[in-house]
Design a protein around this ligand. Structure first.
Ligand SMILES: NC(=O)c1ccc[n+]([C@@H]2O[C@H](COP(=O)([O-])OP(=O)(O)OC[C@H]3O[C@@H](n4cnc5c(N)ncnc54)[C@H](O)[C@@H]3O)[C@@H](O)[C@H]2O)c1
Ligand SMILES: N[C@H](C(=O)O)[C@H](O)COP(=O)(O)O
Length: 342
């Protein structure tokens, strides 16, 4: 890509009944003020136009292919139309939109792997309407892992990281019911996740010697085994194995005290044992500035940290901030990857 304009970012429309379309419109409107990199949206132009009209936003749209995005980005929101149509029904999700929602993600991956896009930024999806329509992956993260495996023919472990200005957290078990977490937590899963996080913090985030704080599972990291043995039997051996591989991992730490300001200075990322243990601290500290980044894949994907926000969809109050930070981070990661490409 040296000497030519960088490929644009591919943004997906997400759940049509959520706030995806309006945060996309908000991000495009902020393009000059924030000096945002060029992007296009994989979506239904009719849905985006309808949402703009509903919110009285003056946003011209232009249908493009990824290759001619840059020529239009300054004057119109570039949209690459999907084959499947999407309805504008704020707050009312429907499985009828599932094909288009999934098509956008699949095509963003194709565009990125072929070099037409530099990275993927996804708007939030609601998982239940997709499940109802037969989608078999818990969320983007797992589906992106599947697409990576299809594309490369090899195994891919997609790892979720929530990255905020002062805290990065990673859940080892992800979209899993709490009553299944302890049983599914394995030493191997912690080790593999830790290795991917360490590798990508070095390779993608330019942190040369990452420090990983590893949480316990139980109250007070098990209180010496009195409040559960997973901390001793599973997590501690995984940390020892990571350290044997030269990774600066430490713990298991009691999860209730590892996120305060002074504690956060001791590590670059926190490896947590389940979804809410990882996501509550980072979303609480910086809901508007945190980004969901997928590690471990042969392409870059970011996403805002918020969800579909059905309660405010179509009301014009959704903040585009997290999407804007996700766009900025995707560009930074893509530029970094290019700089360090062999
Ligand atoms: N990346 C993703 O695809 C993603 C991420 C998180 C949640 N989700 C999905 O979103 C759905 C709803 O999840 P939820 O209710 O737990 O979380 P949510 O983030 O959608 O909403 C939580 C609260 O924050 C508010 N909020 C969210 N984004 C906002 C914004 N940009 N500006 C202003 N206020 C905002 C909402 O109005 C709501 O009160 C679920 O189906 C969940 O699976 C998807
Ligand atoms: N667990 C994520 C969160 O709450 O922010 C969210 O479900 C998105 O996950 P995917 O990126 O895998 O869809």
């Amino acid at each position: 890509m040296t000497g030519s304009a960088p490929s644009p970012l591919a943004l997906t429309i997400g759940e049509p009944a959520g706030i995806g379309a309006e945060v996309l419109l908000g991000a495009w409107l902020a393009r000059e003020a924030k000096a945002l990199p060029t992007f296009y949206v994989l979506g239904d132009p009719a849905l985006i136009a309808a949402r703009a009209q509903r919110l009285a936003l003056d946003v011209p749209l232009i249908e493009v292919s990824p290759e001619n995005t840059a020529a239009h980005f300054a004057t119109a929101l570039p949209v690459v139309p999907l084959e499947n149509r999407l309805a504008d029904t704020p707050g009312i999700p429907s499985g009828a939109n599932a094909a288009g929602v999934v098509e956008a993600i699949t095509r963003a991956v194709e565009d990125t792997l072929s070099g037409r896009a530099a990275a993927i930024v996804t708007c939030p999806i609601a998982k239940k309407p997709l499940y109802d329509a037969g989608f078999q992956y818990p969320g983007h993260t797992e589906y992106l892992g599947h697409l990576a495996e299809e594309a490369t023919g090899g195994p891919a472990t997609a790892v979720m990281m929530l990255a905020g200005p002062d805290l990065k957290t990673v859940p080892v078990t992800v979209h899993q019911a709490l009553n299944e977490v302890a049983e599914s937590l394995t030493r191997q899963a912690i080790e593999t996740t830790g290795e991917i996080v360490a590798r990508d913090l070095i390779g993608r985030f330019a942190i040369p010697s990452p420090r990983l704080a590893v949480s316990g599972l139980n109250p007070h990291a098990g209180e010496g085994g009195a409040m559960g043995r997973e901390d001793i039997d599973i997590i501690a051996p995984a940390i020892a194995a990571l350290r044997d591989k030269g990774i600066d991992a430490f713990g298991p730490l009691p999860a209730d005290t590892m996120f305060h300001a002074a504690a956060r200075k001791n590590y670059d990322a926190a490896l947590c044992m389940y979804h809410d243990q990882a996501l509550i601290p980072v979303k609480t500290l910086a809901f508007d500035d945190t980004v969901n980044v997928t590690l471990g894949l042969p392409f870059i994907r970011t996403s805002p940290d918020h969800g579909t926000a059905f309660d405010i969809a179509g009301k014009g109050v959704a903040r585009p901030d997290s999407l804007i930070v996700a766009i900025e981070l995707a560009r930074w990661l893509a530029d970094n990857a290019e700089k360090h490409a062999p």
